[in-house]
Design a protein around this ligand. Structure first.
Ligand code: C2E
Ligand code: CA
Ligand code: CA
Length: 726
């Protein structure tokens, strides 16, 4: 409140003269005067006029001055009040000052200038108070305003702080609970941040990796180099596949997405990345890949993979001039088992069948399931001779048929099932350009023929092959009885030196069939080999040869060397050496006169075991030769390791000496090789004088062949021995 130009003074006094004197005096000094003659009136006027100053008596009727002062102070504490009162009431004056009066003047006022001074002083003070108050109020207002602004700012700050905290918390929760791994690193590979989820995908925890170099988990420098180069050029990469090396050194396939983040300066540049374990995805991909080529139930190759391999094998067979076979197998009345015992049992049966098929075949063969109860076997590389290849295929099919027909025990049921098998050979030579699909169709057709012919049987696609197979089957049946019936005998073919002197002989088996007549060993020995009949036959041949050897000796007709052919299957028997020993003991034959003809193929197979057996035989005194030398591997390396005595040059080279310079060179080489290895050498199939002369000239000292003698029966051989000379 500012002061008026003519300030208003309220005088409250019950003495009229005093009021008058004040008024008259003060009006001269431009004060406006309002008067009250008692306390109540004074209060009323105070509220009415709002005076700038109050002069107040203390002793008044109705309301005393102290009460008036108190009430005015309550209402308007800054209004200056000057108490004007009589002497002798000092106590009242003190009380009035305590109540808020500003000053105290004694009546009667002799010198009115004292009054004026007191009033002016009070007015000045009042002005200062008002000013001060205004200033204070302004200050307070400012402070309030500022405080409010500050409060708002604080509130805003708090709010954004809270927001920040919330979002940080949010990210922390995400960071802590990520399935993927969040990762930050410097350009030198130092890891500056990594989420705890690293422990989900590896056995590392966050602290293991933090502050180390990334090469700890990504040790493949190629992976890292590619990553950094790509990031430099593209700033960003996603789904980059690489391998994480776990604590236990296993590799975990991962996918990484990363971006390059430029810092304020180069040292602050960094790479932010997320890393995901993609093991399951990879497994799923592999599984999909697998299912594309394999049958889920049996895990065998499916039609797609089979046809793929078949195409490859057909072109290989064409290129290398050999034969392969395709066996199409369908289970007989499989549907009955499915219908009566349910599919789960049927499924287990199919799995069991697939196991037996795998067991029966070589590692290079393919067994596949086309679906349902149809299986296909691909047998590549069955040799260069189509008849032999067909015989092997037939034998394998027979083995499979026999094995599958054995009982199955599934889920408490004893099951029995037979297959119908169709066989197609490839290349068939018929069309030359047939595809895998064609061959599969041929085998399928043959399988239906097997079904038509009463099931549980094997049928070839080509009628000619079927005929051959039938005859093989018949031969096999009869061969089983040939030994018991004494239809086998031994012939002997002399082996001579340049002068035609008989030094030894080769034992050759003969089969005199009661109806079919003579059956060549070239026919029945492969069948015997394929069916396993070679074991009793081979044993019989050895025993009989030894008996002859003994008897010739007893007759004084010594033979330096009697060679016996030993077949692969016979030789591979674990107890072969023991068998030989006991036959020698039983017959009393001299092992030093005995020799074995082995084939190249069987000695290079499983060399350690072969060498051991050969050494045992040699210790007994038996001479060992390689039959048909030159047709197989003929490698010097293996020859050197073998405890051999003789190389036998195959007759196929001899017969062509005259016409084929290549063969002549081979024969020459074999003779030289034998000399180098200090082995004896013998040529078989010598039919002409020309051949003999050639061999003699090249240094081959021993011969066997029609030029000297055909294989002959015992009685005839004895006659030859008696002569001693051919
Ligand atoms: P191999 O061991 O190569 O026997 C030589 C074959 O050539 C014999 O046929 C023999 O009669 C024949 N031969 C001998 N000299 C001449 C000749 O100057 N010209 C021609 N063209 N051929 C000649 P064979 O007796 O028919 O025997 C055939 C094959 O049967 C034998 O070939 C041998 O691998 C096998 N074999 C015969 N007997 C047995 C045996 O007791 N055990 C075993 N495991 N295999 C046998
Ligand atoms: Ca032989
Ligand atoms: Ca031979």
């Amino acid at each position: 409140m500012t002061q008026r130009i003519n300030p208003v003074i309220l005088t409250i006094d019950d003495e009229e003269n005093i009021r008058d004197s004040f008024r008259m005096f003060l009006e001269d000094y431009d004060y406006q005067i309002v008067e009250a003659e008692n306390g109540q009136q004074g209060l009323d006027l105070f509220f009415q006029k709002k005076p700038d100053l109050v002069l107040c008596d203390l002793r008044m009727p109705e309301m005393d001055g102290l009460e008036v002062i108190e009430k005015i102070k309550q209402e308007s504490p800054d209004t200056p009040i000057i108490v004007v009162s009589g002497t002798g009431i000092i106590g009242d004056a003190i009380e009035a000052i305590r109540c808020g009066a500003w000053n105290y003047l004694l009546k009667p006022i002799q010198d009115m200038s004292v009054l004026l001074h007191a009033i002016n002083q009070a007015m000045e003070r009042s002005r200062l108070v008002v000013e001060n108050r205004a200033y204070q109020e302004h200050l307070e207002e400012e402070v309030t305003k500022r405080t409010r602004a500050l409060q708002k700012a604080v509130k805003d700050l708090n709010q954004s702080h809270l927001k920040l905290k919330n979002s940080e918390q949010k990210y922390r929760v995400i960071f802590d609970n990520l399935q993927d791994v969040y990762l930050e690193m410097q350009l030198d590979g130092k890891v500056t941040e990594i989420s705890p989820s690293i422990s989900h995908i590896s056995q590392y925890c966050r602290e293991d990796i933090l502050s180390t170099n990334i090469d700890k988990i990504f040790p493949n420098p190629n992976d890292r180099d590619r990553l950094f180069t790509q990031l430099k050029t593209q700033n960003k990469i996603s789904d980059y596949e690489l391998h994480l090396l776990d604590k236990d050194k296993t590799l975990i396939p991962c996918s990484l997405s990363a971006s390059f983040q430029m810092g304020l300066n180069q040292t602050e540049d960094k790479i932010c990345a997320t890393l995901r374990d993609i093991t399951e995805r990879k497994l799923a991909e592999e599984r999909i890949e697998y299912l594309a080529f394999y049958d889920a139930l049996t895990e065998l190759p499916n039609r797609r993979l089979l046809l793929d391999r078949l195409e490859q094998n057909i072109s290989r067979a064409r290129r290398y001039d050999h034969f392969g076979a395709m066996l199409f197998l369908d289970l007989d009345r499989f549907k009955n088992i499915n219908d009566s015992l349910g599919h789960p049992v049927g499924d287990v049966l199919l799995q069991e069948v697939s196991k037996r098929l795998l067991h029966d075949l070589r590692s290079e063969d393919t067994v596949s399931r086309l679906g349902g109860d149809e299986f296909v076997m691909l047998l590549p590389d069955l040799g260069p001779d189509s008849t032999n290849a067909a015989a092997v295929a037939q034998q394998k099919a027979e083995n499979i048929r026999g094995h599958l027909a054995e009982k199955y025990f599934i889920d408490g049921h004893e099951l029995h099932i037979t297959p119908s098998i169709g066989v197609a050979m490839f290349p068939s030579g018929k069309e030359g350009q047939e595809t895998g699909d064609d061959i599969l169709r041929y085998a399928d057709t043959a399988m239906y023929r097997a079904k038509d012919d009463g099931r549980d049987t094997i049928r070839f696609f080509l009628p000619s092959m079927q005929a051959a197979a039938d005859s093989r089957l018949a031969t096999e049946k009869e061969l089983r009885h040939a030994l018991e019936r004494g239809e086998l005998t031994l012939y002997f073919q002399p082996q001579v030196d340049g002068q035609g002197q008989i030094l030894g002989a080769e034992t050759l088996a003969r089969w005199q069939h009661p109806e079919k007549g003579f059956i060549s060993p070239a026919v029945f020995i492969p069948i015997a080999e394929a069916t396993g009949l070679i074991l009793p036959i081979g044993e019989w041949v050895l025993r009989t040869a030894c008996e002859h050897l003994k008897s010739w000796n007893d007759q004084g007709l010594p033979v330096h060397h009697l060679a016996v052919n030993v077949s692969p299957r016979q030789f591979r028997q674990p107890n072969f050496v023991r068998q030989v020993k006991s036959i020698l003991e039983e017959t009393g034959a001299d092992p030093n006169q005995l020799g074995f003809e082995l084939t190249e193929g069987m000695v290079i197979d499983n060399i350690p075991d072969t060498i051991e057996k050969m050494e045992s035989l040699k210790k007994l005194g038996i001479e060992l030769s390689i039959d048909d030398f030159g047709t197989g591997y003929s490698s010097l390396a293996y020859l050197k390791k073998m405890p051999l005595d003789i190389l036998k040059i195959d007759q196929s080279f001899i017969s062509d000496i005259e016409t084929d310079t290549n063969d002549a060179a081979i024969v020459h080489t074999i003779i030289a090789m034998a000399a180098h290895l200090e082995l004896k050498v013998i040529a078989e199939g010598v039919e002409t004088k020309f051949e003999l002369d050639f061999l003699e000239e090249k240094g081959c000292p021993l011969y066997q062949g029609y030029l000297f003698s055909r294989p002959v029966p015992n009685e005839q051989f004895i006659e030859l021995l008696k002569n001693g000379q051919l």
